[in-house]
Structure formats: structure tokens, C-alpha cells
Write a protein that binds this ligand. Structure first.
Ligand code: FAD
Ligand code: NAD
Length: 459
């Protein structure tokens, strides 16, 4: 039998790879792991963590303004990005260190290097030849530019964390998670923000009512939306940029952010040398066990382009390590995964949209729209909350829960447990609310707003 250097080698030290490698090591496997750029990957270094700190910074500005209505005299005299950046970067560095120590503490051999395939069991790790019985590819994704003339003049999301000052005028292209979160952050930090997107509503794939409510909330905070427009070219004009949009006016800006999507980070990995195939969109092709087309190689996290969220990446990495080395074969479920978009106000959602559920059969829809108590006092415009339940008419099971409104990300975690557990509307109804909160609305929606979906042909 061939003696390999490692039982498992993990390529990529992000959310997926770190969890998989660490748990495999705790199960007794000899694990090697390589990271070419930053331990903790996208989430810790240029994603969830530094982004959320910037979201918090924008919120403090609003609270400072709103505090007057509650009797406080707070002088909001300005925002210093260098103070926030120093605090944010220190937190990122702290977490970064924790990730490195976690791996070493679990007994992994850690390589600060790029790894590429030589064959299905052999890797080049920073110029060193390393062999492994099993290999897990967890290289994540990277942001892409839209391919229009001059797009090299714009920023990608990584660049946001290097900004030295808040741009006076920022144009954001796209209307996915990243575009919307940063549009709201920079508006909250005082920038004039233009948002250019191709659809009629932002946040494709989310529930229609939430998308409509979000569009209104963006308007109310002064984000100028140019919907139904495609970016055509970007030019430098003296000390600023000029974005031309197809069939629309040009937009002048001090900075432009392209948030037009991310692609799997497989370039130059030499996957073909290992027999690992990719889908047409460039994601590594995997089966339900996350095994690739090479029998000893698995792929996890964003590189598989399934559900590109940190908790999904860690759950899949953990399940794979348990399966391969823990005598506990299991899979992480991609169903009913709660998620939040940290806009202002934020969105929390779990399960099916009304439109998706209605395709399967008749549904009862409950919608509540109200001004949260805080803002009946602050009078801040555009802070209405929208809450929605989508319920299977036949079984009364809650198929989806959606919210736009303050604290929705925190609220939706608990609702996610109920939806994943398959609880019914009656289970929600007999739960006593916590008063006075916005969350209690989810257990007090008694009157059906409408019916949707088609009745089965047999009826
Ligand atoms: C701006 C932004 C905000 C986000 N906010 C959220 C959020 O709020 N909540 C949420 O759940 N998700 C969020 N995400 C998504 C989340 O960051 C990803 O889903 C998650 O990081 C995926 O983890 P991963 O391990 O698959 O990939 P990554 O975290 O990208 O890790 C892959 C690692 O592999 C390394 N690597 C690549 N190639 C090689 C190689 N050949 N050799 C060695 N190392 C290599 C990379 O340097 C990287 O560190 C956000 C993403 C972005 C960009
Ligand atoms: N809060 C969170 O959990 C969070 C935050 C950020 C990112 N993420 C994850 O990262 C993923 C990537 O986020 P994202 O916002 O980059 O991607 P996305 O796929 O969600 O959005 C991309 C946007 O760019 C638009 N677009 C694409 N090509 C374009 C072009 N040529 N011209 C104009 N517009 C174009 C799309 O229509 C869409 O609006 C998300 O899907 C999500 O899984 C999660």
C-alpha cells in the first residue's frame, strides 16, 4: 500500500476548509492544510466580519440622529473612517490568529502556501511535493468585473476594506447581497449613493413582497435607484468617474463598486490533472456526498456554488470530516437554510417564497406591515417592518417566513428552527408572544391576507 504524507489534505483555509481539516484531525486523521492568502478566508478577512462591523458603524450614525426624539442631546459631528478601519482591522487580525491557532492546536500541519494539483494524490504546495490519500478542495470564490470597457477603474468588494475615506458619491452596480449591503452602509456613512441594476426590483430570488418593501426602504433613505439599466462603460473624467448606462443618463461618481457576482476560484489549480470536472459555470461538480468526479477528492464551500454562505460552508465541511474520519456518515441539509441581508433595515428569510410555494399547491399567506415602536417615536422615514408567513393550505405547515425590518436577522434564527422542524401555523399561533417586540407578530398573525397557488387538478 502506498504511504501518503497525509490522510487528508485540504486546499483552502476559509470557513469550509478550516472546519473540515480541524474536525478530521480531532478524529485522528493526519491532516495537512494550505492557505495562500489569509486564514479564515473570505468571511473573516473580506466578507461577513469586516462588512458587519461597517453595518454596525452605519447603524450608530442613525441611532445618534434618532436619539434626540428620546430626549438625548447627541452631537453628530462627523465620521472618521480611519478610526473604524483600525478597530475593524484589529478584530479581523484577532480572528485570523484564532483560526491559525485552532488548526495547529488540533494537530494539523499548516502550510502558508498555494496548493495546486500534480495528480489525484499529489500536490505542489508552495514548491514542495506533498501526497495525500484524500483531498478536499475548499478554495472558495472571487468577485468578478462585468466585462465592460473601463471596468478596471471600479472597485470589487475586497477593495472596500482598503478605502481611506468615504467616497462623496458612490455608484454601486448590481442588486444582490453585496451591492445592497454596501449601498446601505455607505449611505449610512454619509455618501450619496446611486444603485444601478438590471431588474425591476432588487434582490432577485427573494420573496416579491420583501423586494417591493426593500425598494421603498432604499428610496426612503435617499439611495437613487436606476433599475432596469445595464452599465455600458466607465471612464475617468479628471478627478472623478463617469458611468454610462445603456439607454439612460451617465452617472458621475468618486468611486464605483462592481457587485456583479462571484465565481469559483479554480483558475490554475490544474483540476484536470486530477480528473476533477467542473460545471458549465465553472463550479466543481460534486455528488450529494460532495465527492468530485475523482473518487478520492471532495469539494466543499463556495467553490461548489450551491449556497454561498459561511454557516453552510462550515456545516458541509464538518459533516464531510465526520463522514470520512469520524465513523458518522452524514450530510448537511441545504433545505430551509435561514439567511439575512444586512441592508438598512435588514432582511431575514427562511424557506420558500410565496411564488415558489404557490407552484406546488394552494397556500395561505399572512402579511403584516407596521412601524416598529422605536420609529413611532424617532419618526425616521422608511422604517416600516414587513413580516410574512407562507403556509401550506393542506397541512398547515409553515413553508416560508420572511421579514424586512429591524432585528430581522436575529429574529429569523429562531423562526428558522420552527420552519426546519416542520411546525404548523397552529404551532406558531399557540406560542405566546414576547411583548412588546416586533418578533411577537410572527405568532399573532391570525387573519389570512390572501390565498395563492393552484388547487390540484384532481380536486
Ligand atoms: C463582501 C462579502 C460579504 C459576505 N457576507 C456574508 C454574511 O454576512 N454571511 C454569510 O453567511 N456569508 C457571507 N459571505 C459569503 C461567505 O464569505 C462565503 O460563503 C464563505 O466565506 C465561503 O467559505 P469557503 O471556505 O467556501 O471559501 P473562502 O472563505 O473564500 O475560503 C477559500 C480560501 O482558499 C484560499 N485558496 C484559494 N485557492 C487556494 C490554493 N490554490 N491554495 C491555497 N489556498 C487557496 C483562499 O485564499 C481563501 O482563503 C460574504 C461574502 C462576501 C464577499
Ligand atoms: N449577508 C450574507 O449572507 C451575504 C452577504 C454578501 C454575500 N453573500 C454571498 O455571496 C454571494 C455573492 O454575492 P453577490 O452580491 O456578489 O452576488 P449575487 O449573485 O447575489 O448578485 C450579483 C448581482 O449582480 C448583477 N449582475 C451580474 N452581472 C451583471 C452585469 N454584467 N451587469 C450588471 N449587473 C450584473 C446580478 O443581476 C445581481 O444583481 C451571495 O449570493 C451570497 O451567497 C452573503
Amino acid at each position: 500500500m502506498t504511504a501518503y504524507d497525509f490522510d487528508l489534505f485540504v486546499i483552502g483555509g476559509g470557513s469550509a476548509g478550516v472546519r473540515c481539516g480541524r474536525i478530521a484531525a480531532t478524529h485522528g486523521a493526519r491532516v495537512g492544510i494550505a492557505e495562500e492568502r489569509f486564514w479564515g478566508g473570505t468571511c473573516v478577512n473580506v466578507g461577513c466580519v469586516p462588512k458587519k462591523i461597517m453595518v454596525n458603524a452605519a447603524e450608530y450614525g442613525q441611532w445618534a440622529e434618532d436619539a434626540a426624539a428620546f430626549g438625548w442631546t447627541v452631537q453628530k459631528t462627523g465620521f472618521d473612517l480611519s478610526v473604524l478601519a483600525a478597530a475593524r482591522d484589529a478584530e479581523v487580525a484577532r480572528l485570523n490568529g484564532i483560526y491559525g491557532r485552532l488548526l495547529a492546536g488540533a494537530g494539523c500541519t499548516v502550510f502558508d502556501a498555494r496548493a495546486t494539483f500534480i495528480d489525484a494524490h499529489t500536490l505542489d504546495v508552495g514548491g514542495r511535493r506533498v501526497t495525500a490519500e484524500k483531498i478536499v478542495v475548499a478554495v472558495g470564490g472571487r468577485a468578478v468585473r462585468p466585462g465592460i470597457p473601463g471596468d478596471e477603474l471600479g472597485m470589487l468588494s475586497d477593495d472596500v476594506f482598503n478605502l481611506k475615506q468615504v467616497p462623496r458619491r458612490l455608484t454601486v452596480i448590481g442588486s444582490g447581497y453585496i451591492a445592497l449591503e454596501f449601498a446601505c452602509v455607505f449611505r449610512g456613512l454619509g455618501a450619496e449613493v446611486d444603485l444601478v441594476y438590471r431588474a425591476d426590483l432588487p434582490l432577485r430570488g427573494f420573496d416579491h413582497d420583501i423586494r417591493v418593501a426593500l425598494k421603498d426602504a432604499l428610496d426612503a433613505q435617499g439611495i437613487r435607484q436606476h433599475c432596469g439599466h445595464h452599465p455600458a462603460r466607465l471612464d475617468r473624467q479628471g478627478d472623478h468617474l463617469r458611468l454610462s448606462i445603456l439607454g439612460g443618463d451617465a452617472i458621475e461618481a468618486d468611486a464605483v463598486l462592481f457587485a456583479t457576482g462571484r465565481v469559483p476560484h479554480t483558475h490554475g489549480l490544474h483540476l484536470d490533472a486530477a480528473g476533477v470536472m467542473c460545471t458549465e459555470k465553472g463550479a466543481i461538480e460534486v455528488d450529494e456526498e460532495h465527492r468530485t468526479t475523482a473518487p478520492n477528492i471532495w469539494a466543499i464551500g463556495d467553490v461548489t456554488d450551491k449556497l454561498n454562505l459561511t454557516p453552510m460552508a462550515t456545516a458541509v465541511g464538518h459533516a464531510l470530516a465526520d463522514t470520512l474520519f469520524g465513523k458518522n456518515p452524514r450530510r448537511a441539509s441545504y433545505l430551509n437554510v435561514p439567511t439575512a441581508v444586512f441592508t438598512s433595515p435588514p432582511i431575514g428569510t427562511v424557506g420558500m417564497t410565496e411564488a415558489d410555494a404557490a407552484l406546488l399547491g394552494p397556500v395561505d399567506v399572512y402579511v403584516a406591515s407596521f412601524t416598529p415602536m422605536r420609529h413611532t417615536i424617532s419618526k425616521r422615514p422608511g422604517r416600516k417592518s414587513l413580516m410574512k408567513l407562507v403556509v401550506c393550505q393542506e397541512t398547515q405547515r409553515v413553508l416560508g417566513a420572511h421579514m424586512l425590518g429591524e432585528d430581522s436577522a436575529e429574529i429569523m434564527q429562531g423562526i428558522g428552527i420552527a420552519v426546519a422542524a416542520g411546525l404548523t401555523k397552529q404551532d406558531f399561533d399557540r406560542t405566546i408572544g414576547i411583548h412588546p417586540t416586533a418578533a411577537e407578530e410572527f405568532v399573532t398573525m391570525r387573519t389570512r391576507t390572501r390565498e395563492a397557488g393552484i388547487r390540484a387538478a384532481a380536486e
